[in-house]
Design a binder for this molecule. Sequence first.
Ligand code: SIN
Ligand code: FE2
Length: 216
Amino acid sequence: MTADLFDELPVAVSRETLAPGAALLRGFAREDDAALLQAITELTRLSPFRHLVTPGGYRMSVAMSNCGALGWVSDHSGYRYDALDPLSGQPWPAMPSVLRSLAVRAAAQAGFAAFEPDACLINRYEPGARLSLHQDKEEQDLSAPIVSVSLGLPAVFLFGSSSRSDRPQRHRLVHGDVVVWGGPARLAFHGVAPLADGDHALLGRRRINLTFRRAG
Ligand code: SIN
Ligand code: FE2
């Protein structure tokens, strides 16, 4: 059976192209928001949010956790994916199907069929938290896209090219927006400007971002 995914888009969803290989699916996660937040609460009970330290010794302002077979971690020795949560010594919690399914559908909608994420980084931003420009390049399989889901307070997402010296574009992301980048955009530099304070109906003074990757 073949389904035309575009026909299944809810009315409130639209698709914008940020760059060749990069799409912004406005509102794509909105109808799953309650289930996503419930799952995130359970996941972060098992593997709590923590502020990682960069290889250079800086404490990150964004608090992080992971789910899936692999989790992204940073410490004095560098950035890497690890099957174990360094806080507990246990495997990261499994990726719930409500998360996986959303990521697979968003990837397909952006033109990346058969995405099989094995890692989901869960980022929590409080007012003032930011993520400096970086590339996601610790993943083994760069043919798979990155799928990024925004929940809670709005953020300014910086999205550039694969050259650090190109000035990034600024895109306002709100609750329910999903950005997918892969192919020619896979190594685009990206980041998040300092989060402005606010009060979101479901998340209060927070933004939560999920990024799904094929890491291993
Ligand atoms: C990331 O680059 O891992 C997160 C991006 C975001 O929070 O929107
Ligand atoms: Fe990233």
